[in-house]
Ligand binder design. Structure first.
Ligand code: PGA
Length: 256
């Protein structure tokens, strides 16, 4: 197996952006531009936009994801949303362990793992984010750190469940900074994640798993990043809020 048989996936991560009318407008703008995409196209939107996004994407090839979910099924967790609440709505994907959740909301490798397991149990497809901070890269521990994050996030996840898991490599220093990892750096760590998956699940699962790059991917640099042998797609923040830019990235994944 190789890149050609893995599913290329371009996912927008809208973060805390867009009201409902704005969300509808953006999806309506994206839909015609990506209708012939040769890759999977996902918009991960704020909870308040999920219903709008699901309605607007009906009958199109654009899938909808949430940006987080809690690991408990229900209960006294004020402000949280369960995986079942998302699947009941028809949401298919969920971003988990994003570095902004880790940095600002106390997310740890252990809670990411709990969320991944809860999401899978509920039938959601998690996009699991891993990635080093600038100081980790400077200390030369990127490989160890990303392997550790990957292993803990996937603890007790079965090989069968891995069919529904996407990994996103997002170096924290590249997110929202305009400092993209070089194509070589992105590929190197995506390949390392793949070898970590091979050590956990064997080569076949590792080769079949979609591994995205994220961090200032944009309409200009997407083609080079997506052409790398171990980069199977992208998790796009800023550029996913502009329909033409997002569509250009989707086209790059389609051709790559
Ligand atoms: P960015 O964000 O593309 O704006 O750097 C990526 C992400 O946080 O997923």
């Amino acid at each position: 197996m190789n890149k050609a048989v893995r599913k290329a996936v371009i996912a927008g991560n809208w973060k805390m952006n867009k009201t409902r009318p704005e969300a509808k407008e953006l999806i309506e703008a994206i839909k015609p531009l990506v209708k012939d995409a040769g890759c999977e196209v996902i918009c991960c939107v704020p909870f308040t936009n999920l219903e709008t996004a699901l309605e607007a994407t009906k009958g199109s090839n654009v899938k909808v994801g949430a940006e987080n979910c809690h690991f408990e099924k229900s209960g006294a967790f004020t402000g949280e949303i369960s995986a079942e609440m998302l699947t009941e709505m028809g949401v298919e994907y969920v971003v988990l362990g994003h570095s902004e959740r880790r940095q600002y909301f106390g997310e740890t490798d252990e809670t990411v793992n709990k969320r991944v397991r809860a999401a899978l149990a509920a039938g959601l497809k998690p996009i699991v984010c891993v990635g080093e901070m600038l100081k980790d890269r400077e200390n030369g521990i990127t490989a160890e750190l990303v392997a550790m994050q990957t292993k803990i996030a996937l603890k007790d996840v079965t090989a069968e469940e891995m069919k529904n898991v996407i990994i996103a490599y997002e170096p924290v220093w590249a997110i929202g900074t305009g400092k993209t990892a070089t194509a070589e750096q992105a590929n190197e760590v995506c390949a390392l994640i793949r070898s970590t998956l091979a050590s956990l699940y064997g080569a076949e699962v590792a080769e079949a798993t979609t591994i995205q790059y994220g961090g200032s991917m944009n309409a200009k640099n997407a083609e080079e990043l997506l052409a790398q042998p171990d980069v199977d797609g992208g998790l796009i923040g800023g550029a996913s809020l502009k329909a033409p830019d997002f569509a250009t990235i989707v086209a790059a994944a389609t051709n790559g």
